[in-house]
Design a protein around this ligand. Sequence first.
Ligand code: WTA
Length: 650
Amino acid sequence: MAIKYITKKGSKYWPSKAMKEIAYVNNPKIYKEADKNPIKFWAKIAKEGLDWEEPWTTTYEEKLPYFKWFKGGKLNFSYNCIDRHLFKNANKPALIFVPEPTNEKPTILTYKELHEKVCKFSNVLTKYKIKKGDVVSIYLPLIPEALVAMLACTRIGAIHSVVFSAFSSDALKARIQDGKAKLLITADGYYRRGKPINLLKKAKLAAKRTTIKKIIVVPRLKKSVRGLKIRDFNKEMKTASSKFIPTTVKSEDPMFILYTSGTTGKPKGVVHDTGGYATHAYITTKWNFNLKDNDVMWCTADIGWITGHTYAFYGPLLNGSTTLIYEGSPDFPKPDRWWKIIEKHNVTAFYTAPTAIRMFMKFPEKYIKKYKMPSLKILGSVGEPIDKDAWNWYFKKIGHSRCPIIDTWWQTETGGTIVNVLPGIGPFVPTLAGKSFPGIKHIIVDEKGKEKKKNQLGFIVQKSPFAPGLLHGVYKNHPKYLKTYWQYLTKYKKKYYDSSDGAFITKDNLIRITGRTDDVMKVAGHRLSTAELEDAISQHKLVNECAVVPIPDKLKGEVPVAFLILKHNKHPSNLEKQIKSHVDKKIGPTARPSFIYVVNQLPKTRSGKIMRRILKSLLINEEPKGLSTLLNPKSVDEIKKIIANKNHPK
Ligand code: WTA
């Protein structure tokens, strides 16, 4: 019989004896201990968990809004992910890759094989003149070569900038230009729902008239790839040497940039360092997912997002563990694909987003019923608040009421998880993310930084000393970094990192995250900004002005709704289609507005600010407030009618 890792006491779930026995941490004292001296706590973890070539001289230095972890320390990230495991675990699988086509066999890369590939690709990068500090753009689907390319960058100290493969060529281009990337690594395509998807076309278009000197293409679809700037990944690997001594970098050297949406039209390049990020990724993976010798972790996130970076790739490898990735669509060829994979590969820790859970809840029961998934020990949730229904379904149908659900709250900016319950400690309560990870401190405050009482809703901020995984700037944009994250510092001299999330703390000291307080949306777990979408839509030739607001959606959590004012009153019958394909081109299909309304006016304040709050109230059938401050209150009635006439959404 499968082991039960949880037990019910009162109305809450707690770790069972079996879980406590296997858990790396099972004593709640850990929180107090870490809290006494967080800097000492993190120093201990960094020392025990990573291999350093030179020890640091200062554990933590703060010159806000910047701070450094392990200053003076030197290391190589890829060495920590691969080489140091070779002595004991050379033949252990590092990566299991499950391709989407069912007639293709999974690929397994052992630590030794991964080492060889990463060394080879480091030589390829060097051949194309990539050196420490250069930016390399990676536009790849979820395939093993993505891991090889990313690790090779870290081996030579180059900075990788991964762009989600479903993003458009315009989106890729903007990111290439911002980072001034020299090299682009992409694939001819990938499989989605049984169909080959062309990626190279978008990549080539994006690279035109940019700093990109060469494009290295993985022939995933086995197409022959040719062109002046183009090189075939496999051919390059064949002739490359399999020896490459890792380049030593400073702990505070940047390791990667990941572009993410904020409150403006342009995504910002979140910069992560090497030593702090590695420490954070290492310990959160170890303690949250409790990876043991033969365990297999499957984090379903794509590498285009931070979750893919930290928990599909880096965290498990820093722990010398096995990570599984799956290329394709969750319901292909049938909606039991994921459960089949879990059973076949004995996945022990499974980490996914509530959106995926909600999608599976809609499929007929027969697709999950026969899968008992006895290997599972821990389930994780990430990306958006998980509602009670989704939690219960996840808990019962996937975890068979045996496994704890670890709801992890964090952000691209934090590099790794910062609020969650530890599996050996508990309790596991639906909708409550839990406690700050040991060594990290959060409080809930008002606009001015005054701490709120228990159960009072406010803004969740992180206190100094800041977590080792926290970002180290916005790439080449100090003003944006300062403005986005350090308002409490600049305005009220408070040492708080502003997360832009709302939250409250219950009387049991558990944190409930209520969602973003800025203009960032989470659409099917994907982070998008209303400003970015407005900016894109406004560039359409027929659009004069536009406002985007998110509304709740049963499946995707949130979806964007667009209000348009057209130029010259031209309203072609295929306008919606035109706008949607325009958004596909500018950002990608993930950003497509679900509903589009053409209006004559948008509600504005006297100073010309669009009142999106009012639009949202109208959409969700709430009485709009603050109409007296409007320049054009009549616009509200008009929009109300338009929404009612179109008869959606409700
Ligand atoms: C939201 C994803 C509630 C939150 C790791 C945050 C969550 C944003 C949770 C960051 C959670 C993430 N509960 N909300 N467990 N996890 N969020 O940068 O609003 O893609 O600010 O990072 O997702 O999204 P990002």
